[in-house]
Design a binder for this molecule. Sequence first.
Ligand SMILES: NC(=O)c1ccc[n+]([C@@H]2O[C@H](COP(=O)([O-])OP(=O)(O)OC[C@H]3O[C@@H](n4cnc5c(N)ncnc54)[C@H](O)[C@@H]3O)[C@@H](O)[C@H]2O)c1
Length: 272
Amino acid sequence: MSQKRLDGRVVLVTGASSGIGRATAIALANEGATLVCCDLKAEANPKGYEKDLAKPTADLIVENGGKAIFQKVDISNFDQIEAAFDTALQEFQRVDIVVNCAGFWAPFRKFADEDDELWSKMLQVNTAGTSKMSRVAIRQFLKQDVDESWGSRGRIVNISSCAANIAYAGEVAYCATKAAINHMTRAGAIDHAPDSININCIAPGVVATGMARGNLENKDILQTMKGATPWPRLGIPEDIAQAVLFFCLPVSQWITGQVLSVDGGMTLGVPA
Ligand SMILES: NC(=O)c1ccc[n+]([C@@H]2O[C@H](COP(=O)([O-])OP(=O)(O)OC[C@H]3O[C@@H](n4cnc5c(N)ncnc54)[C@H](O)[C@@H]3O)[C@@H](O)[C@H]2O)c1
């Protein structure tokens, strides 16, 4: 059997049941990785666009000949994060890659109308959850040797948002907590580059997932989003998954601390 590019790698993906996380888990499994699919529940977001929505991600991977398990994790619950790593180590003895994809978004409102409850949830999930997953991952990577054929001791790929790079109206808490992920990526990467640990980030534009469906089905919002995206189409989860894959491959071993916009040009400037 031919060697695949992620053969032998063990990967934890959060938000793996739906949308971008699901496409990422599948893309990495197709390259030979063993997946720990972490999410609040195994079932996909029912508002998603996946053709095989009824089938949990791990089941889909296993059916296609890959290796995957589901692990229930709320990334705002730090005990559950530690339990997920314990499970990964018990089952597969190592963790090579963590993809921090789980995130929380809430429909638009003015800054003055945001409350402490919203801010607390956004901070706990988007910022603290990503931070906790990353810190536990790095501690594990530090116990593992640098793999010379791969070039790294371990890798983290964060998913922020185009809203982390530029400001969007009606999304202050989301913009701020996602911007924190961009900078956590850079600051964390400086600390751990000497350890051969890569930390990179993808900032997606508008991607057709369950999270975005409410916006995509609103004629006015859709028109605004299309108008703000210079590329002739909006995104699909695979656009993001393939960029995540790049950050996991041997060829990207000397790249760290980078935030890659995968957004059809949305954050380049004002389109014509
Ligand atoms: N879809 C877009 O247009 C878009 C744009 C920019 C950024 N993003 C980001 O991409 C990521 C994935 O979103 P998506 O669009 O695929 O949405 P989605 O709803 O399809 O998937 C999100 C998944 O994350 C899980 N999740 C939510 N909170 C969690 C938690 N606390 N712990 C564990 N899992 C949790 C959900 O159960 C769901 O399965 C999010 O971080 C989102 O902010 C999405």
